[in-house]
Design a protein around this ligand. Structure first.
Ligand SMILES: CC(C)(COP(=O)(O)OP(=O)(O)OC[C@H]1O[C@@H](n2cnc3c(N)ncnc32)[C@H](O)[C@@H]1OP(=O)(O)O)[C@@H](O)C(=O)NCCC(=O)NCCS
Length: 134
């Protein structure tokens, strides 16, 4: 598995299969735009297939705070430690930042606790008609 902290060399065709379970997922082109516009990305790439198989993003003010909106590993690549590696690499990238926040479902609380994160409350608003992105 190859890990990289940029979108260099990434084409939309390499970004197929993400946003699992989303009724109206963003297209691979929109996914690439999302990666490009993020403050920090880490990608896991299967060199055998030249396919991105996992990604994590952060958006940050570069001073005090960062938010991690996305972490996903393709279903067929789960439970091999790829998610863990992506989180570790992102935490290393954000090591100088005071606040690192994310929201997750209850079942993932133990997962993120392993990285030293603590449980807090989150508040959400969703414009479902915009789920494919802009
Ligand atoms: C969460 C996710 C990124 C983990 O990726 P991964 O590469 O499989 O993770 P790792 O191999 O590092 O760790 C696997 C561990 O996470 C646990 N895990 C993964 N998803 C879980 C879930 N939804 N609920 C509880 N545990 C979960 C596995 O049971 C496994 O536990 P173990 O180490 O005790 O065996 C991946 O399951 C995924 O893409 N899920 C869908 C998207 C998602 O929920 N993203 C997080 C948004 S906050």
């Amino acid at each position: 598995m190859l890990y990289q902290n940029s979108i260099e060399g990434i084409e939309p065709e390499m970004l197929v299969g993400f946003f699992d379970g989303w009724p109206t997922p963003p297209s691979p082109e929109t996914h690439l735009k999302l990666l490009k516009n993020s403050s920090t990305v880490v990608l896991a790439i299967d060199k055998d297939t030249d396919r991105v198989v996992g990604f994590i993003t952060a958006v940050s003010d570069g001073v005090l705070s960062a938010y991690i909106p996305f972490l996903e590993v393709l279903p067929e690549y789960k439970n091999r430690g790829i998610g863990k590696e992506l989180v570790h690499r992102m935490m290393a990238e954000l090591a100088e930042i005071y606040m690192i926040d994310l929201c997750c479902d209850d079942d993932l609380v133990p997962y993120y606790k392993r990285f030293g994160m603590i449980k807090a409350n989150g508040m959400l608003l969703r414009n479902y008609e915009k789920q494919s992105g802009i």
